[in-house]
Design a protein around this ligand. Structure first.
Ligand code: HEM
Ligand code: HEM
Length: 179
């Protein structure tokens, strides 16, 4: 088959992709539930989990971005139009940028609020901002807006991946799953 000849993502790129994807896909629902629903005694646990996973995501996304900058991905299949390529690239860079910003804003806002960031109850991340409740509130509003922007991009992204696989029947999803 002709698409067999095309290169896939490296195993490192795939490990980065699927570990980030899994963590982000649990972060968003945890964030929405903990901030908007009353779940009694579980509330504190959800906050700790959200901050803990966020503290893992920040270096993970940073490492992934550094890897991506030094390892260009395999070229897209030939049949994809220039405008589709631009949309794919824009979405991917927006995802990288938003994820980094989201984690940084979460850390700064939590520092300004002065809540502890107990990473999986094992170690405490230091605050990186002085106590400033009004700033913390504004930053959490930004965090909420970026969370929804991320959610929309991810839905489009997953939709595009499925569209390639099911409708176009090309190797775009396969090269991220099997390399
Ligand atoms: C890329 C990683 C992250 C994602 C995708 C994410 C996503 C979200 C989402 C969707 C919400 C719900 C917003 C709302 O409905 O009000 C939220 C809330 C929150 N996030 Fe994150 N977050 C991330 C990283 C972090 C980090 C690193 C911290 C802190 C260390 C953090 C602290 C919080 C807090 C404290 C809230 C609750 C804000 C409130 O009570 O209004 N987040 N996050
Ligand atoms: C079930 C969910 C997901 C599926 C099926 C999926 C599928 C894919 C596929 C097929 C590609 C390769 C596209 C190409 O070859 O150009 C890709 C790339 C990418 N995905 Fe996902 N993805 C998922 C979730 C996520 C999530 C949650 C994120 C982050 C929030 C994410 C971020 C990215 C990024 C940044 C790239 C670009 C990689 C590069 O630099 O080339 N993906 N995804």
């Amino acid at each position: 088959m002709s698409d067999r000849a095309e290169a896939g993502y490296s195993s490192t790129a795939r490990l980065f992709h699927w570990s980030t994807a899994a963590l982000v896909l649990v972060m968003i629902p945890i964030g929405i539930v903990m901030a908007n629903a009353n779940v009694g005694a579980a509330q504190d646990t959800l906050y700790h989990l959200h901050r803990s996973i966020g503290a893992v995501l920040l270096p993970l996304v940073l490492a992934r971005l550094l890897y991506r900058l030094s390892h260009p991905p395999p070229p897209l299949p030939a049949g994809i139009s220039p405008s589709q390529r631009r949309i794919a690239h824009a979405t991917h860079w927006a995802l990288y940028g938003l994820l980094l910003l989201q984690a940084m804003v979460g850390w700064i806002a939590t520092s300004a609020y002065r809540a502890p960031i107990l990473v999986f109850w094992l170690l405490e991340l230091p605050p990186i901002w002085t106590i400033d409740r009004p700033l913390s509130e504004s930053l959490f509003a930004v965090h909420r807006a970026m969370g929804f922007a991320l959610l929309i991009l991810i839905v489009l992204h997953i939709g595009a991946a499925l569209f390639h696989h099911v409708v176009l029947k090309d190797n775009v999803l396969r090269r991220m799953v099997r390399g």
